[in-house]
Design a binder for this molecule. Structure first.
Ligand code: ZN
Ligand code: ZN
Length: 262
């Protein structure tokens, strides 16, 4: 049987979710998911909504308790989704030393200290896209992370008003981003949370480019903030990635990768 994993999940340890970790676990087991990684929000930007919300100590003990309870049915990993590492490098480096993590998603949620949606509204879609891809590049150049989270998620906030962006317009930026990720031994996340709007983060052309550049390291995540969305369309994405020619989906322990055959 396929080793299904959902590597992007938020519980009430994140500012924007109310679901209990145990509810996530029960739902994941019911979907034959073999491994999950919780990836709670953390940010050192005082203007970010997740600032000073998260408590690692409580998170760690809750995950320990639940791992013991459910160890026969599912593997449970301790992760974080961090924002804008490159702007708060010192804080994150210290945090990673002090707290034992299995996995880190590095994401860009803000530009100029404001959310992506606000940037589109205030400066227009072209400015926001240009700045977003530049910011992702700045991040991957210095970032300590395992996978880049939801590359091109800016689509989510732009597509209704401005349509789907043209891959060709950002092909060079995306090429540079992927080259650095591959060279530094990191990976990318395939995030299923936009599929109800026919959006995949990152879009297919990017996944194809990653494959063509011999990129291998991939995780798949639902980015569920509510229990009904845990594991959403994970199986479908595994099939799609297999069709593109990828061989493994990766899981992590103590920030070390392991490839699980697709
Ligand atoms: Zn995110
Ligand atoms: Zn997330």
């Amino acid at each position: 049987m396929r080793y299904l994993s959902d590597y992007h999940l938020h519980s009430n340890f994140s500012f924007d979710s109310k679901q209990k970790i145990e509810e996530i676990i029960i739902k994941a087991i019911s979907m034959n998911i073999r491994e999950i990684c919780l990836t709670e929000h953390i940010s050192f930007d005082p203007g970010d909504k997740s600032y000073d919300f998260f408590s690692f100590r409580h998170y760690e003990s809750e995950l320990f308790r639940l791992s013991q309870k459910y160890y026969k049915d599912i593997n449970i990993k301790t992760g974080l989704e961090i924002g804008e590492y490159h702007l708060y490098k010192g804080d994150y480096d210290k945090y990673f030393k002090e707290n034992k993590l299995d996995f880190v998603i590095g994401s860009i949620h803000n530009l100029n200290g404001q959310g992506l949606r606000v940037n589109i509204l205030e400066h227009g879609a072209k400015y926001a896209y240009d700045t977003y891809f530049k910011e992702v590049l700045n991040f991957v150049e210095v970032g300590d992370y395992d996978v880049l989270g939801h590359l091109d998620i800016i689509q989510r906030y732009a597509f209704k008003e401005h349509g789907v962006y043209n891959f060709q317009d950002y092909k060079d930026n995306i090429y540079d981003i992927l080259k650095i990720i591959i060279r530094s031994g990191k990976g990318i996340e395939v995030n299923t949370s936009g599929l109800n709007d026919n959006l995949l983060f990152p879009k297919l052309e990017i996944l194809q480019m990653y494959k063509d550049l011999n990129g291998e390291i991939l995780t798949v995540g639902s980015d569920a903030h509510t229990t009904n969305r845990v594991g959403e369309k994970i199986n479908y994405i595994y099939d799609l990635l297999k069709d593109i020619g990828f061989k493994y989906i990766f899981t992590y322990t103590n920030r070390q990768t392991k490839g699980n055959p697709l």
